[in-house]
Design a protein around this ligand. Structure first.
Ligand SMILES: *Cc1c(COP(=O)(O)O)cnc(C)c1O
Length: 378
């Protein structure tokens, strides 16, 4: 129950085990064609979605180096570990980074972003770079409102890390006008790690014409050119494409509204459960991500709880990152997760708290609260 790598369905695992085929073969081109179509469906975009062999960070880096130029000013939203990563990538390429910080656990300050854009009369800001679902804190940022401010500015692009939002909640790329969407296979895609995805709007492709940051393996022009021929510029992870074909089929069969509803229901169930148990949630009320819930238990080392849940029940929870280590544990409910998984993890946490003598309320309170919500949705 960590936010990635997430559980992988059996059919996706079986697809991986097929013998690799030539990446220039007609058979492989047909897989690229169908997976690209399905990726467009998932991103809710008419633009091509390009697959890169690499983890999510490759797609993030590609988004920056394919749209921006040396020394350009960007606005980075930072309210957690992955917001920090954006700042690091932007700085690594010598961009002039202005950071809009919020405390970890709080959502990004939309007004502050809006003000920074509004006072930029000389149109120096070339991109607003944000994380949609901040996995380190379990906060979902209001990406739709951010895109509205960016559109009013006209010049800037919205570059978004959607690694744990895509496939968990609505990310209508074209409707909201998100210019770059980056994601990775080991999250909502229900796949092993190894593929990352980047989609760019017409506005981002226009910016690509002038972008002078160094690039070769991650030069998206090459991927776009190859994609028009249902191909890749380099040897892709062929077997991961087999898995992608299978996982996207599962997602299409379930349907986007159903996938989003399942994730928000599981978020609501776990939030209700933790409140009923008497544990504090780390994310500000009402800003919890549908992909992951962070809990800050009082009077107890979160690492001790995590260790016991793993040893006794073989369920892996995620820990707190950096200064949150020991203070926070996180329950991933992203991708191939069902009601059974939710009730099991809640029960395991309750049993562990009880055996540590640290259950703040009555054993079963969490399971009961979650069950009520899950049953209502039946
Ligand atoms: C997992 C994750 C990433 C990508 O990390 P990689 O290890 O490079 O795949 C990026 N952003 C967020 C919010 C994530 O959860």
């Amino acid at each position: 129950m960590i936010p990635g790598p997430t559980p992988v369905p059996e059919s996706v695992l079986h697809a991986l085990g097929k013998h690799p085929i030539g990446h220039r073969s007609a058979e492989f081109q047909s897989i690229v064609r169908t997976t690209t179509e399905h990726l467009q469906w998932l991103h809710q975009t008419k633009n091509e979605v390009l697959a890169i062999t690499g983890s999510g960070t490759a797609a993030m880096e590609a988004g920056i180096i394919n749209t921006l130029s040396k020394g350009e000013k960007v606005l980075c939203g930072e309210n957690g570990k992955f917001g920090e990563r954006w700042v690091k990538v932007a700085k690594a390429y010598g961009l002039d980074v202005e950071v809009v910080k919020s405390e970890w656990g709080q959502p990004l300050d939309i007004e502050a972003i809006g003000n920074a854009l509004e006072t930029d009369k000389e149109k120096k800001i070339k991109a607003v770079i944000v994380t949609h679902s901040e996995t380190s804190t379990g906060v979902i940022n209001d990406l739709e409102s951010i895109t509205k401010h960016v559109k009013r500015h006209e010049k800037a692009l919205t570059i978004a890390d959607c690694v744990t939002s895509l496939g968990a909640c609505d990310v209508p790329m074209d409707k909201w006008g998100i210019d770059v969407v980056a994601s990775g296979s080991q999250k909502g895609y229900m796949m092993p790690p190894g593929l990352s995805f980047v989609a760019m709007s017409d506005k981002a492709w226009a910016a690509n014409q002038d972008s002078d940051l160094p690039k070769f393996y991650l030069d998206l022009k090459q991927y776009r050119k190859a994609s028009s021929k249902n191909s890749n510029p380099f040897t892709p992870a062929v077997n991961l494409y087999f898995a992608l074909e299978s996982s996207l089929q599962i997602m299409k069969k379930e349907g986007l509204p159903q996938i989003f509803a399942r994730h928000s229901l599981h978020r609501d169930a776990v939030v209700a459960a933790m409140k009923a148990i008497g544990l504090n949630l780390f994310a500000a009320d009402g800003h919890g991500s549908p992909a992951i819930t962070a809990i800050a238990p009082q009077n107890l080392d979160a690492e001790d709880l995590r260790k016991s849940v793993k040893e006794r029940f073989d369920i892996l929870l995620a820990g707190g990152q950096d200064h949150l280590k020991g203070k926070v544990f996180r329950i991933g409910h992203l991708g191939y997760v069902c009601d059974r998984d939710m009730l099991t993890v809640i029960a395991a946490i309750e049993a562990t708290l009880e055996s540590m003598g640290k259950h703040p309320t009555t054993i079963g309170a969490g399971v009961s609260a979650a069950t009520k919500l899950l049953n209502q949705a039946q």
